[in-house]
Ligand binder design. Sequence first.
Ligand SMILES: [Zn+2]
Length: 170
Amino acid sequence: MGGSAFDGAGNMAGGTGPVPPGATLFGLSGPRLRRLGVALLAVGLALFFLAILPVLLAINQFASDPWGTAPGVVLGSFFLSFVLSGIGMVLMGIGGYALRFGLVRPVTTYVATEASPGIETAVTAIGQGLRQAGFGPSPTGSNAIRVKCRNCGYLETEDADFCSKCGQRL
Ligand SMILES: [Zn+2]
C-alpha cells in the first residue's frame, strides 16, 4: 500500500476552504492535519478489519482439527486480534479527532473564546432575575422580620420606628 490514495483523499479534504494560521495540532497546520486524519482513519480501519483474520484462522484451524490445536494458539490469536483492533480503534479515534480539529477548529475556537463569557453573563443575569422575582435566597427579603402597621396594615421592617406608608408610630 502506497501513500497515493491517502494523498488524494487528503487533497480533496484540503480543498474545502482556507485554514486559519492558528489551527495546529501536534505542530501540524490544517491541510496537513486533515491529510494525517484521513491517513490515520484509513490505517485504523484497515487494522480493525485485519484484526478479524487471526480469529478466523484460529476458528478454521480449530474446526478442522479440534484435538490437534493447542489452546495457547487460539488464545494467542484472540489476543493478537484484540491488540490489532485496539490499535486500529485508537488510530481511527486520533484520525477522526485530527480531521475534525482541522475542519472545525475556527468554530470551536470562537465558541470557547467568545460564547463562554456570554453564557456566563446570561446565567448570572437569569440567577439575579430569579432572585428578584422571589425565587431562591434573597439577601434582604426572607431574613427580615416584618411588623404590621396598626393604622394601615402596611408590613414594615421590625427596626423601623414609624410606618413608611402612613407615618403612624409603630
Ligand atoms: Zn401605616
